[in-house]
Design a protein around this ligand. Structure first.
Ligand code: ZN
Length: 501
């Protein structure tokens, strides 16, 4: 089988090269491309992504997989080769049902939709974006139809981001946390005065913010020889190989947490990608397995580490030195409470840990209704605003702080949002396992030492790339299934302490 395996890897390397080249263009579109470049960029992305897909779903790859798959059953399950055949067979089985022309059309439409979204968000003008969203939604529906039969039309779309996860499981997950979250929001609102975040609003020099955020990201282990940071309208992380993993940030000169925690979040994604084993390069296994697992890494660094007391014991004096005017007279405990202040708000990426998942539940419910046709696009902004009022008690005054705030739908990422909450849940389970292995974890964090934690994550999660499904990965690390209880326990304990509930 050695010959077939080599042939398969050679063909896959070409596919990966094309996909990663498309990622470079997509990154550049978000960071440096002048507004006029949008139409040509859409064609370039359509060509590259269509070509990558065509090269992947060939009969040649199908025949190689048909030979390799039975043989691989006898190989060591954990080996790179067995994992490759398993993972690629599953992906091939899915992708061969989707016409390459549709893949290209989605690339073209979403590249244009992103440009329209940027303009519409600036103008807070949903009708400007609606025709694009209509096209994107129709194409994603069409893609889901290619993958029929399904239990729910959301299933095949979710599967693209979170392999093997079903809509029914997401519903059960949200049912398990929703009421408790709303109750916790309620309990905190009765004690709202206990925490002030006044010192986080003010005048914060953007260059100083940039330097501080990057310095912490590097302390975490983000290697700038193999990465870089740029600005973008919506922060993200993208990988061209484990040796070139880039993050973007959005700066706000008058509110300190936006860029700071955004940077720590994206650095968490970047650490995952930089930690993929070099042996997996150009195989298709050379990236994080799912967006849920990815988000578990970003939220772990952003929140479980970056919003913890030990972390700020170490870093607060440095932050104070950078911003003596705003923070010089603030004590570390007041700062810790301020950055963890929980208050229902409109913008998801700036939401605190308690309210965050309610933002996700809102998008998940809206997406289900859009996909089934229960909700029409004309009704979307009002439905969005109503849900914000019902779940969080706040109502957007315009579409920029409502339905236009996230880039995702313009990129075609419908079926994606649930992975944020999956990530939150898993992040606590994984950190609990890390804690058992690293009894000095809090002392390390308080000393600004992250090598042991990163080493543990590298060994148990990052190095595997896409070798194991999210379920397998959670099982291997925690010995159990994905579970919302540790997450809810973490939130309840942390916020009971902060708000003296
Ligand atoms: Zn993220």
């Amino acid at each position: 089988m050695e010959k077939q395996l080599t042939e398969l890897k050679t063909l896959l390397a070409e596919v990966v090269d094309l996909q990663r080249s498309a990622s470079v263009l997509a990154w550049e579109q978000q960071t440096y491309m002048p507004p006029g470049g949008g139409a040509a960029r859409a064609e370039q992305l359509a060509t590259l992504e269509g070509l990558a897909h065509r090269l992947f779903v060939t009969d040649e790859i199908g025949a190689l997989l048909a030979e390799l798959h039975p043989a691989a059953d006898g190989w060591d399950y954990d080996s790179d080769d067995a994992s490759l055949v398993r993972f690629i067979s599953r992906k091939y089985g899915r992708e061969r049902h989707i016409p390459s022309e549709l893949v290209a059309e989605i690339a073209r439409t979403t590249a244009l939709a992103q440009e329209a979204w940027v303009r519409a968000r600036q103008a807070a003008d949903y009708p400007m974006f609606k025709p694009h969203l209509q096209k994107v939604l129709a194409l994603r529906r069409q893609q889901a139809e290619c993958l029929a039969p399904y239990e729910h039309i959301y299933d095949p779309l979710l599967d693209e981001y979170e392999p093997e996860m079903k809509t029914a499981e997401v519903r059960a997950m949200f049912a398990a946390i929703k009421d408790e979250l709303i109750e916790l929001v309620h309990d905190i609102s009765a004690r709202a005065d206990a925490v002030s975040d006044e010192m986080l609003h003010g005048d914060f020099d953007i260059e100083l913010q940039r330097a501080f955020g990057l310095q912490v990201a590097q302390k975490f282990g983000y290697d700038l020889e193999r990465g870089r940071q740029d600005e973008a309208p919506h922060p993200f992380c993208t990988s061209f190989s484990s040796d070139d993993v880039r993050i973007t940030t959005r700066f706000n000169g008058s509110f300190l947490p936006s860029a700071l925690f955004g940077t720590l979040h994206e650095a968490g994604h970047a650490l995952y990608e930089q930690g993929v084993a070099p042996d997996l390069a150009r195989s298709g296994l050379d990236t994080g397995i799912s967006l849920g697992v990815h988000e578990s890494q970003s939220r772990l660094w952003e929140n479980l580490v970056g919003r913890s007391r030990p972390f700020w014991q170490h870093f607060f004096p440095q932050l104070q030195a950078a911003f003596p005017g705003a923070l010089g007279a603030v004590d570390v405990e007041a700062f810790y409470r301020a950055i963890n202040r929980s208050k229902p708000s409109l913008i998801r990426v700036e939401a605190d840990e308690v309210t965050y998942d309610l933002h996700i539940i809102i998008r998940f419910e809206l997406e289900l209704d859009l996909l089934t046709g229960a909700l029409q696009l004309d009704e979307l902004p009002a439905a969005w605003n109503d849900k914000y009022e019902r779940y969080l008690g706040v109502r957007p005054e315009n579409d920029a702080e409502g339905v236009l705030q996230d880039i995702h739908w313009s990129t075609g990422a419908i079926g994606y949002f649930a992975t944020y909450s999956i990530g939150n849940l898993i992040s606590v389970q994984l950190l609990n396992s890390a804690r058992e292995a690293l009894p000095n974890l809090d002392a390390d964090i308080a000393a600004g030492e992250f090598g042991a934690l990163l080493g543990w994550l590298r060994e148990n999660i990052h190095c595997h790339g896409s070798k194991f499904t999210p379920r397998e990965l959670v099982q291997r690390v925690t010995g159990g299934e994905m579970d919302s209880r540790p997450y809810m326990r973490y939130l309840r304990e942390k916020y009971s302490d902060i708000y003296a509930l």
